[in-house]
Design a protein around this ligand. Structure first.
Ligand code: BEZ
Length: 220
């Protein structure tokens, strides 16, 4: 188990199941303390390598244009890059002037790399100065539930980001698992039986799509 010092130095990385490390930071929407941010909500926290760069502009525009879908999933967006607040503000204005798209969510100005190192977003063999494209899915109890990392030159997929966010929430609500390529409306996987009585009930349940007792699906 990593120590706080390892987390701060960036020599260790938060993992699925960990409590999201706390921090204070300056953002385009003002100062935040992460433990007080988005109370009772999910957070999708993502890093981009640099302001005023092409792939990042497409990605943050994607988050901005689909923000209402994150709102509908009780989820706050939180961006980050190793840039100053002035750079962030200039870029947000520039994109709005050029395309009409407004990045209406906080973007952390992590010029001292403090948060990037804390979250393992700075991966020196990819870049020593720019954060990789990370996405952390953090639940309302501030537990990290899923992590994505993409390199500098490959943009992320917004459908996939929304798909896994919704999958996590539905999985929590119904205590089910999601099969390959699951999307909302598809059948879900029910948990395996834990006793012989449950096994017999499973075998007798004709409402389930069953491959065998250990792989059974149903519609919610
Ligand atoms: C980009 O967003 O286009 C980009 C940023 C940093 C390195 C490579 C590409």
């Amino acid at each position: 188990m990593e120590t706080n010092l390892e987390l701060q130095q960036g020599t260790s990385m938060p993992r699925i199941g960990d409590t999201a490390p706390d921090f204070e930071a300056l953002t385009t929407k003002g100062k935040i303390k992460f433990s007080d941010f988005a109370k009772d909500k999910w957070v999708v926290m993502f890093s981009h390598p640099a302001d005023f760069t092409p792939v990042c502009t497409t990605e943050l525009s994607g988050f901005a244009t689909r923000k209402s879908e994150f709102d509908a999933l009780n989820t706050e967006l939180l961006g980050l890059s190793i840039d100053s607040i002035h750079s962030h503000m200039g870029w947000v204005q520039n994109v709005r002037e050029n395309t009409g798209v407004y990045f209406d969510f906080p973007i952390i100005a992590d010029i001292d790399m403090k948060v990037a190192k804390l979250y393992g977003m700075l991966q020196p063999n990819e870049s020593e100065t720019a954060a990789v494209r990370a996405v952390f899915f953090i639940d309302p109890s501030k537990k990290i539930r899923l992590i994505m990392y993409y390199p500098l030159n490959i943009g992320r997929n917004m459908d996939e980001i929304l798909r896994v966010l919704e999958a996590l929430q539905i999985s929590d609500e119904h205590k089910v698992s999601m099969p390959l390529d699951w999307k909302k409306g598809d059948k879900v996987i029910v948990g395996p039986p834990k006793t012989l009585d449950e096994l017999n009930a499973r075998l007798a349940d004709d409402s389930l799509e069953k491959v065998d007792f250990y792989l059974a699906k149903k519609h919610l």
